[in-house]
Write a protein that binds this ligand. Structure first.
Ligand SMILES: NC(=O)c1ccc[n+]([C@@H]2O[C@H](COP(=O)([O-])OP(=O)(O)OC[C@H]3O[C@@H](n4cnc5c(N)ncnc54)[C@H](O)[C@@H]3O)[C@@H](O)[C@H]2O)c1
Length: 356
């Protein structure tokens, strides 16, 4: 992956090998008045020293630390960041550097996109999920009233710098968490990549998986920056997955984003089958692959409460649930109307899997 660059909308995504030197070049050219580094407790400890070693100029940055985890993705934490920026007299020519996983880039991108009507920010992802997915595409935001990403903006970073060595300290369960979005991108957009992911040599090659995932996501995003059409294929697994994630948010059974999305993909694959968009064989192959790789445990939830959360989801209009569903391996169909009984049937299928 050395020195690879992917061009996105008005910015670039630099990959390892060259990413710190590219960041130094960028900082040298842009002449920002001040730098702010947003991190959480873990990235402060594990990643910030590496970043400053690679980019000594950033030793003068003001550090803003969040508590790690999804519960920080809220408006109160935004207010704390805005207050810090104001107290430090951050002007419109300041740069916010998001050093962390998807939580840091989602909240940091949002905060920067509205502070003084928008200041520059860059993403330096430190989890597999953020390198392969969340740091790319310009969607950012926070959770509100138990609803995922319900407040946010479309605002691309000035650049993204992917430095693979940050993954060295990432806990194991966060590796699979990131692979969930990689499997999803393959499933909705590239049957060859999906076949490759059935091989353990490929799933353990994170450099290849990140690079391929970013390339595929970027292509989809460039064709539909504001998520009005085809970009919505990236929502596969997310209508149910977000509802499951919200359902358990803050509870002792708290699920990682990727863990919830895997369950969402299994349930939504069954809905795709009910809608005759995929055959029984494709359904079985997809589910087998997800269950084998992710070894997802059964979780119990109240189906009716889940339905309520889904209706509040930003993809529901006029109380009509619309899903992005699979229409084959590597293909997806957006805006498919789905009724309650189809959802409940698919949830039963998910439950039966674990009793089989
Ligand atoms: N904007 C998008 O396009 C998009 C896409 C997918 C997901 N997301 C969002 O991303 C979020 C999930 O992101 P995530 O899984 O990266 O979660 P996260 O940011 O919470 O990071 C996961 C955990 O890993 C720790 N961590 C991060 N980097 C580390 C490192 N290098 N070493 C050790 N520990 C490290 C963090 O402190 C945290 O505890 C969700 O909120 C989801 O909604 C956004």
């Amino acid at each position: 992956m050395a020195n690879r660059v992917i061009v996105s909308s008005g910015h670039k995504i630099f990959f390892e090998g060259d990413s710190f030197s590219q960041l130094n070049k960028f900082l040298g050219k842009r002449k920002y008045t001040s730098y702010y580094i947003l991190c959480d407790g873990n990235t402060l400890h594990f990643c910030l020293p590496k970043l400053i070693l690679g980019c000594p100029k950033l030793s003068e940055a003001e550090i803003i630390e969040l508590e790690s985890g999804e519960l920080s993705k809220n408006l109160e934490v935004c207010a704390h960041i805005w207050q810090t920026l104001i107290e430090n007299q951050a002007d419109r020519n300041s740069l916010l550097i998001n050093l962390g996983g998807g939580v840091v880039s989602d909240i940091g991108g949002f905060v920067a996109s509205v502070y003084k009507r928008g200041i520059d920010f860059i993403n330096i992802p430190t989890t597999l999920l953020a390198m392969a997915d969340a740091s790319v595409g310009g969607k950012n935001g926070v959770d509100f009233l138990s609803l995922k990403n319900i407040i946010g903006t479309f605002s691309p970073p000035s650049n993204v710098y992917i430095h693979h060595s940050f993954l060295e300290t990432l806990p194991n369960n966060h590796y699979k968490n990131g692979m969930a979005e990689i499997f999803k991108i393959a499933l909705v957009s590239d049957n060859v990549f999906w076949s490759e992911l059935q091989n353990e040599k490929i799933t353990s090659n994170s450099r290849f998986c990140i690079s391929k995932s970013v390339e595929l996501k970027n292509k989809i995003v460039l064709a539909d920056l504001y998520d009005k059409g085809q970009r919505q294929i990236l929502n596969f697994g997310h209508t149910i997955g977000h509802a499951i994630e919200s359902y358990f948010l803050g509870s002792p059974k708290f699920l990682l984003h990727g863990e919830a999305i895997v369950k969402g993909m299994i349930i939504e694959s069954h809905i795709s089958f009910q809608k005759k968009l995929i055959s029984k064989k494709v359904l079985n192959d997809v589910v087998k692959s997800l269950v084998n790789y992710f070894q997802a445990e059964l979780i119990n939830f109240e189906a009716k409460t889940l339905l309520k959360l889904m209706l509040n989801d930003k993809k529901a209009s006029d109380q009509q649930l619309k899903f992005c569903l699979l229409s084959g391996i590597g293909k997806a169909k957006i805006d498919v109307k789905v009724n309650e009984s189809e959802i409940l049937k698919a949830i039963d299928f998910y439950r039966d899997l674990h009793h089989a």
